[in-house]
Write a protein that binds this ligand. Structure first.
Ligand code: WNU
Length: 152
């Protein structure tokens, strides 16, 4: 049997390995683990749809996803990149207070994501200035690469 304690330790050490969260104090990381949900996806499933409202942040614990986005001159969304274990997504809608700006499609059966809701995300990054600055810069870069893809 896998106890609550074992589960807690497992996710705690996994989150420690996520580069974004490396600097977080132990106590804070522990609180994130306490309020995490785990979601499971199968190949082909949409985890996020472009244009929808979103209130969650995801960290990939197992498997792989593809980021796609609609693009001028194409009928199908275009592939942008692939994300794997330890990568995260969904921060942009939370930081920019905007709808989802890309699709996230599951690429592998039994993909597992750790899901953090908006309130907990704000607690996670809000009180940690470095994290906030880092994510804001990254989100700014995303907007620029979106423009480049669409207008060149
Ligand atoms: C991109 N353009 C857009 C990725 C993951 C984390 C960071 C990049 Cl810090 P959302 C859709 C999500 C979006 C991002 C992710 O897709 N995404 C991108 C792009 O070139 N989104 N617009 N590349 S992977 C990635 C940076 O997380 O957040 O809530 O939902 O808009």
């Amino acid at each position: 049997m896998r106890t609550t304690q074992a589960r807690h330790e497992e996710y705690f050490s996994f989150l420690r390995s996520v580069s974004l969260l490396k600097q977080l104090p132990e106590e804070k990381l522990g609180r994130i683990v306490d309020c995490l949900e785990v979601d499971y996806f199968e190949k082909g499933e949409y985890i996020i749809r472009e244009g929808e409202e979103g209130n969650t942040f995801f960290i990939i614990a197992k498997g792989e996803v593809t980021v796609t986005q609609s693009s001028e001159g194409f009928t199908e969304p275009q592939e942008i990149k692939t994300l794997g274990v330890g990568d995260y997504f969904g921060e942009r809608a939370l930081i920019s207070e905007d709808v989802r700006s890309a699709n996230i499609v599951c690429n592998e059966n039994d993909t597992q994501c750790l899901v953090v809701d908006r309130d907990n995300f704000n607690q996670m990054v809000g009180t940690y200035e470095e994290l906030q600055t880092y994510l804001k810069e990254y989100v700014g870069e995303l907007s620029r690469s979106d423009e480049r893809r669409n207008f060149l």
